[in-house]
Design a protein around this ligand. Structure first.
Ligand code: ADP
Length: 548
């Protein structure tokens, strides 16, 4: 054959998608952009990306001097501040893996995460040294680096400031794009926390997608305050998407209380914030009680991690002119999975129709694919009615758990992945004709009465519209005749009389089938929640179940 051979692979440069590449951009173009950080003593410290990255390079050099090799885990046990952010940048870009420990995990879960990760070094806030005490014995032979404001660190620990000062910045190598970059354990709402190890490539693609106009709409003009801690789900991906586009960042330290957040939102002219529904709820109550605050710069408030009630979306818009952006995700999905930005078809629709859309979990992000499977194993139609377990796949979705004996071949033993490699989310959903997902429940939280499902999330949302109810959880208790029956556990709204079961039934009349109505009402002072604000229903279920 005399034909000239032609190329069949793409003739494109094969530049690895790594956090090191992502950081090169912010360093060359946006070194002057601000990073504002609230430190342990409450001071606001102003720095820049340029200074932050120089410190991140010193940190990389220091870790190498302490014996950390590529692929080793470096744990952080820190609040959300600039020196924690430096670790997000310096550790993965140097080839090691950043293991963010959730400072609110119970000690036995924390011990599990540390043992599983086999961390080589632990970086701890001085203010959290005591909180770390119950698990410190697990890592006696490894160095502790302590971040303190005054250089006063516990005996045997290394002072972070002097450590960095003793090292020259280390140029970031070019890690393999498929190498692990960050390790984050899930918050353990339904069982032991599971380790999710995300690659460089996944972090970069997640960051690119998160910044898109139909997603968070981030740009160099944005100022972002994450009201979700850096130790949750890769800091919700925000450290990387902000760096990618050069957005300024505001780090709230340990304080996520409403007054402290509003102060920063106003003084730093924040354009984008993100947090769990509990935070949105607290912030709303505070704003209602303290009129006269100017949040006009705030363009986006992303709310995710648990279901956002439509009543909250409406209240923000009507009373404070703030549009909430509801999003669904898991640690296993990077976390960005779906997001409910009002589509162009609804741009001129009445406010009610827009609120209803915003209260769904929204459509999948670009490159994320979804489907839902009914109990009989068939895929459900996208008709907003048929319910099934949500399955997802995408380039930043976990393909197995860290340390699991089946890493690399998850389908063999692990029921979290389907045989064809999709992640089974454990969330029961309906999907609308245009792809809007509505989470009905977690599979384990559903109430099955007389063979029929009661949608506890929907019931909770309706009950929250009752003026005297501040918080509510519906849980299933065993019932001889019906299998399971719903119990309502509520926290009474301040200044209101506790409602009776009769009041609840009157409120629900004509809105839900009769058999959905809770049989019992329990009043509590607070609902037990996980560190990420999710109600611990398994615990509640134990507490309210009659002994058998
Ligand atoms: P854990 O599974 O231990 O709670 P995650 O923080 O990863 O840890 O939680 C992911 C879960 O949170 C999802 O599977 C889902 O049940 C819930 N979730 C997240 N976002 C939403 C949302 N917008 N609406 C309802 N549930 C949500």
């Amino acid at each position: 054959d005399a034909r000239r051979p032609i190329a069949v692979v793409g003739l494109t440069m094969d530049i690895p998608l790594t956090t090191a590449a992502l950081l090169r951009r912010v360093d060359t173009l946006f070194a002057h952009k601000a990073i504002v950080s609230r430190e342990a003593d409450g001071r606001l410290v102003r720095t820049t990306y340029g200074a932050c990255l120089a410190e991140a390079r010193r940190l990389a050099a220091a870790m190498r001097a302490l014996g950390v090799r590529p692929g080793d885990r470096v744990a952080t046990f820190c609040w959300s501040h600039a020196r924690h952010l430096q670790a997000f940048y310096g550790i993965p870009a140097s080839g090691a893996i950043l293991h963010m420990l959730n400072v609110r995990l119970p000690a036995d879960d924390l011990a599990h995460a540390i043992t599983e990760a086999d961390d080589s070094v632990v970086i701890v806030d001085a203010a959290l040294w005591e909180a770390f005490a119950p698990v410190r014995h697990l890592i006696t032979d490894r160095p502790f680096v302590v971040i303190s404001d005054d250089g006063d660190v516990p005996a045997g620990a290394i002072d972070h400031t002097s450590l960095l000062a003793a090292h020259e910045p280390h140029e970031f190598p070019e890690p393999d794009e498929r190498a692990g970059a960050v390790l984050c354990h899930t918050s353990g709402t339904t069982g032991r926390p599971k380790g999710v190890l995300t690659s460089h490539r996944a972090l970069v693609l997640h960051a690119l997608t998160q910044a898109l106009p139909d997603m968070l709409d981030l740009s160099e003009r944005s100022t972002v305050l994450a009201a979700a801690h850096l130790f949750h789900a890769n800091g919700w991906g925000l450290p990387f998407s902000c760096a990618l586009v050069g957005a300024s960042q505001v780090l709230p330290g340990a304080r996520l209380d409403a007054a402290g957040l509003v102060e920063l939102l106003e003084s730093e002219r924040v354009t984008h914030t993100a947090g769990v529904p509990t935070i949105a709820h607290d912030l709303l109550a505070w704003l209602d009680a303290h009129p006269g605050h100017d949040l006009s710069r705030l363009r986006t408030m992303l709310v995710g991690g648990a279901a956002l009630p439509e009543a909250t979306i409406r209240a923000y818009d009507e009373r404070h002119g703030v549009r909430l952006l509801h999003s669904w995700g898991m640690t296993e999905t990077g976390p960005l999975g779906t997001l409910a930005r009002v589509p162009s078809e609804l741009a001129d629709a009445p406010a009610d129709a827009q609120y209803a859309w915003q209260a769904t979990q929204g459509r999948p992000a670009p490159l994320v694919e979804i489907r839902a499977r009914a109990e009989d194993g068939t895929l459900v139609p996208w008709d907003s009615a048929a319910a099934g377990e949500l399955e997802v796949r995408g380039p930043w979705v976990a393909s197995s758990y860290f340390g699991s004996p089946v890493a690399g071949r998850p389908q063999a033993v692990n029921d979290t992945w389907t045989a064809d490699g999709w992640l089974r989310t454990g969330d029961v959903v309906t999907i609308g004709p245009t792809g809007a997902v509505s989470v009905i429940d977690r599979a384990k939280d559903l109430v099955k009465s007389g063979g029929e499902w009661i949608r506890s999330a929907a019931l909770e949302a309706l009950l929250l519209e009752h003026a005297s109810i501040a918080e509510v959880a519906i849980v299933a208790v065993p019932h001889d005749r019906w299998g399971e029956r719903p119990v309502a556990i509520i926290v009474v709204a301040p200044g209101h009389e506790a409602p009776t079961l009769h009041d609840l039934h009157a409120h629900l009349a004509d809105r839900v089938p009769r058999w959905w109505r809770p049989d019992t009402l329990t009043i509590v002072d607070t609902l037990p929640r996980t560190s990420s604000g999710k109600v611990r229903k398994a615990l509640l279920r134990q507490e309210v179940s009659p002994p058998r």
